[in-house]
Ligand binder design. Structure first.
Ligand code: GSH
Length: 209
């Protein structure tokens, strides 16, 4: 069984757990406490020199970057390709959404909230505006769409679900983005492992207290 070094509060870890659940893969989940610096211990840095979670170790093969892990899990263990179709065009759109999720949407979350949560910095209104720009884009991508990329649930939905639920639990008001809200309501219903994701979100919420 593959090991997953993780923390329930981490959005990127939660996306891996949801995809594993969706393909029926059991993972040997190993909690790694960032607060006590477990990720900086030599034994973990030897596995992942970038010392980030999630980190997957599958029979000696170590992989990190959550979206790369999602792709790997579906390609290696998915009984079908439905979560990451082999069709180059479908896959290209999924990849675009995944890069958008990492480089724009989640990035806007980290840029705005992390300095406040972990550095006691004041809120920066310019960074707050960038979250709105990212949500506006997601709203545009979702125009007339039930799913984030194509006609059915893919790893793009699952990565975005981990991110949007993190905004949700942070109290970010995205109610004006109608397409996002419709997509979110459906994604919560149809994504295996949503309950565990939401429980992890509650762990993240504690950082705001
Ligand atoms: N883009 C990465 C982000 C991973 C990441 O930054 N994880 C955080 C926890 S949410 C972490 O491990 N931080 C510890 C560190 O960077 O040393 C992914 O999606 O896997």
């Amino acid at each position: 069984m593959a090991d997953l070094y993780y923390l329930p509060a981490s959005a990127s870890c939660r996306s891996v757990i949801m995809v594993a659940k969706a393909i029926g893969l059991e993972l040997n989940k190993k909690l790694l406490d960032l607060n006590t610096g477990e990720h900086l211990k030599p034994e973990f840095v030897k596995i992942n020199p970038q010392h980030t979670i999630p980190t997957l170790v599958d029979n000696g093969f170590a992989l990190w970057e959550s979206r790369a892990i999602l792709v790997y899990l579906v390609e290696k263990y998915g009984k079908t390709d439905s979560l990451y179709p082999k069709c180059p065009k479908k896959r290209a759109v999924i990849n675009q959404r995944l890069y958008f999720d990492m480089g724009t949407l989640y990035q806007s979350f980290g840029d705005y909230y992390y300095p406040q949560l972990f550095g006691k910095a004041p809120a920066d209104p310019e960074l707050y505006k960038k979250i709105g720009v990212a949500f506006e884009l997601l709203n545009t991508f979702l125009e007339g769409q039930t799913y984030a990329a194509g006609e059915s649930l893919t790893i793009a939905d699952i990565a975005l679900l981990a991110t949007v639920s993190t905004f949700d639990v942070a109290g970010y008001d995205f109610s004006k983005y109608e397409n996002v809200n419709k997509w979110y309501a459906n994604a919560k219903k149809v994504t295996p492992g949503w309950d565990e994701n939401w429980a992890g979100c509650q762990e993240f919420k504690k950082y705001f207290d």
